[in-house]
Design a protein around this ligand. Structure first.
Ligand code: G16
Length: 675
């Protein structure tokens, strides 16, 4: 590849570097991201990297130093710039587990993608090779197939960049490497779907090796060719993804239907009898989420048709809105790819950062007095919101506007709802002493959230920004790690051990129940079965929750189903009640453009900065504004964004006015110290 291509052609040079510093595209918070024009060579090289990951690394590499570990055989590339503007694009690399490619590879990937001379490229490849576990063993495996999955969001530049990435992936194949590269292009899909395809592939290969252990076939057969997942076509893989989530959700709400009839818990029973959840209006950021949610809704229709019934199911579609209303779920989709450039005045980043409803022409008003949610450009973030419109403001005759009260349930509140629900189920299942549960979050979490967790005895851990960091923290600290960044990026992770414990307990419970029923006398049976049923139901609920969750990565579709399921199980909990669980401190988030944002170096999970010298001291002084004593409700930090060429400023205080004042001063300090 010619050097001039690396950062875009000359006429694009200015635009090309809008998200990168000094023509160097760093491996940021979520892979490579900048103006699409600068990405062709990077896409090619990322494709090559993904092929190598698929071909030359093995699962369990870090904790199992044996050749018994099956090879990854698959990896993936998502071409997306997620929440960024439409002219940007990016590459997210997926490892064989379906996770974000590990931190250990980042530096080498960055070197490969930014190498300008042959010598630099060779050096970078050597460095990358060192990171690939089991390389030598795998290289001897000449019959190996590397499968690389590709997906993209709805951006115009996506198709071109996927083609470039495919070229790069294919470059690994051939006689000298002994690797056959197989391309699985899944077209326009959400990022979490692509992660799931790679995850499911890895699981199928693992199962194949497990099944063939005794027959000693694992080294001379190509598992990839023989795993079931590999044999099914793209449409069936997609269906498998949607089915997993939909069936999980339906199992989750199953008891709810029963509860409605019986009204077991008095408050929840009454509430459930009185109302159903109002439809959820989803702002799809003019992106791929719209397409994916439509597929999910179509599947609910099919399930409904197959399961009989005369119940009402209503689907309607206009150019901008699709509605589905069934007994199980009611969704109204807004802001699809035909409604405007991705993320423009809509999407979860817009809603969460600006604390106001999407402002696309077609939807400006239609969110008022509804239950609403918003996803981002590649559908891996989710926030809920509601706007209550009240009394008119202004005098009669004048241009009066209605008073609006915007309420946001961001990632923090998603965490709280999910964590508290799971804690309750663990107690009911009698597993609270066996399975630990906690929340991982970032510095952006509201101070009121951390206090609320502390007050309620929920353990928390703070990690650096980036889903890769929070995911890792959740995994490392808890058996069930609920994690969400405030921006709505997250999920609940169940460790393999926790899943095993839940499944074993479920089997034990079922066995115990049938034995009891045989042994006990009629009158005792009734009492015993009620107690056992509570436990059994909690175990089934935990199992359904696991199925509703995309196990590979945070997924807005999966999160909508999980949250809707929980709200239903809580007797159709109104949005206001969820929102009022605690009151957020006022916050302000802003962006500051500086010459080189990389001069800022942070520590303490990015809550403090080390460089440039003096900046942290200035921030500490600003926090004392109009006061000589430290106010514990005040917080401010700055950090260089890993997805945009800006510095992010976060401020929190007891009142909005102070917040605003502190923010302005911190922004000024950033400009002073970073230019
Ligand atoms: C990406 C990451 C997120 C991160 C966000 C903002 O989101 O996946 O974990 O919170 O960028 O990062 P930064 O503040 O460094 O710009 P997405 O949805 O854009 O992929």
């Amino acid at each position: 590849e010619e050097d001039k291509d690396l950062h875009g052609k000359e006429e694009n040079e200015e635009r090309a570097c809008s998200s990168s510093s000094n023509n160097y595209v760093s491996y940021g918070t979520a892979g490579f991201r900048c103006h699409h024009a600068a990405l062709d060579v990077i896409a090619f090289r990322c494709g090559f990297i993904a092929s190598c990951v698929a071909a030359f690394s093995r699962t369990n590499a870090t904790n199992n130093n044996s050749n018994d570990a099956p090879p990854f055989t698959a990896a993936g590339i998502c071409v997306t710039a997620s929440h960024n503007e439409a002219s940007d694009n990016g590459l997210k690399i997926v490892d064989g587990h379906g996770n974000v490619l590990g931190e250990a590879y980042e530096r080498a990937c960055e070197m490969i993608c930014n190498a300008k001379t042959e010598a630099q490229l060779e050096n970078a490849l050597d460095c990358f090779e060192e990171k690939l576990p089991f390389l030598e063993t795998s290289r001897e495996d000449a019959k190996k197939t590397a499968v690389v999955y590709f997906g993209r969001d709805t951006r115009e530049s996506g198709e071109r960049l996927v083609e470039k990435a495919k070229e790069g992936a294919r470059a690994l194949g051939g006689r000298s490497s002994g690797v056959a590269v197989k391309i699985c292009d899944r077209g326009v899909v959400t990022t979490p779907m692509l992660h799931y395809f790679v995850y499911a592939h890895g699981k199928a290969v693992e199962a194949f090796y497990e099944n063939n252990k005794q027959q000693e076939e694992k080294n001379d057969e190509d598992a990839t060719e023989r795993s079931l997942w590999e044999k099914i076509d793209a449409a069936t893989q997609e269906l498998a993804y949607f089915k997993r989530l939909a069936v999980g959700y339906l199992s989750l709400i199953e008891e709810d239907e029963e509860k409605k009839k019986k009204g077991k818990n008095v408050v929840e029973g009454l509430r459930a009898n009185a109302t159903t959840l109002p439809p959820l209006h989803i702002d799809c950021a003019n992106g791929v989420g719209f397409v994916a949610f439509e597929k999910l809704m179509a599947l609910f229709d099919v399930i409904r048709e197959n399961s009989s019934s005369s119940e009402n199911s209503r689907r309607s579609a206009t150019t901008t809105t699709t509605t589905t209303t069934t007994k199980e779920i009611a969704l109204v989709l807004k802001n699809g790819p035909n409604d405007g450039p991705v993320n423009l005045n809509c999407g979860s980043d817009f809603v969460q950062k600006n604390q106001r409803a999407p402002e696309t022409p077609s939807t400006r008003l239609s969110f008022v007095n509804q239950r609403c949610a918003s996803v981002d450009g590649d559908c891996d973030r989710l926030v809920y919101f509601s706007i209550e419109e009240g009394e008119e403001e202004g005098k009669e005759g004048e241009n009066s506007s209605k008073k609006q009260n915007f309420m946001l349930c961001d990632g923090d509140k998603l965490s709280i709802l999910i964590a508290f629900f799971l804690i309750e189920q663990l107690f009911l299942a009698g597993l609270a002493h066996k399975i630990s549960l906690g929340i991982a979050h970032t510095a952006y979490s509201n101070g009121a959230f951390t206090k609320f967790c502390e007050k309620n005895g929920v353990e928390t851990v703070c990690a650096k920004t980036g889903v890769k960091n929070v995911h890792k923290a959740a995994e490392e600290h808890f058996d069930i790690g609920v994690y969400f960044e405030s921006n709505g990026h997250g999920t609940a992770l169940f460790s393999d051990e926790a899943v095993k414990v839940i499944e074993k307990e479920l089997v034990d419970e079922l066995t115990r129940m049938s034995v009891e029923q045989h042994l006990r006398k009629e009158e005792e049976k009734h009492i015993q079965s009620v107690i056992l049923t509570t436990k059994l139901k909690a175990l089934l609920t935990l199992k359904a929750t696991i199925q509703t969750i995309n196990p590979a990565i945070g997924d807005a579709i999966s999160s909508v189903l999980l949250i809707e399921g929980i709200l239903r199980k809580k007797g159709n909990m109104p949005f206001q009640e969820w929102h009022a669980m605690y009151r957020d401190l006022p916050t302000k988030q802003s962006k500051v453009k500086v010459r080189d944002r990389t001069v800022i170096e942070c520590f303490d999970s990015e809550r403090k900065c080390l460089k440039p010298e003096g900046l942290q001291q200035r921030i500490d002084e600003i926090l004392l504004l109009d006061s000589c004593v430290k106010n514990n409700n005040r917080r401010a930090f700055v950090r260089p964004s890993g997805t945009e060429d800006i510095v992010r400023v976060y401020v929190e205080a007891s009142d909005a006015e102070t917040c605003e004042k502190i923010s302005t001063k911190v922004e000024e300090a950033v400009i002073e110290f970073c230019n």
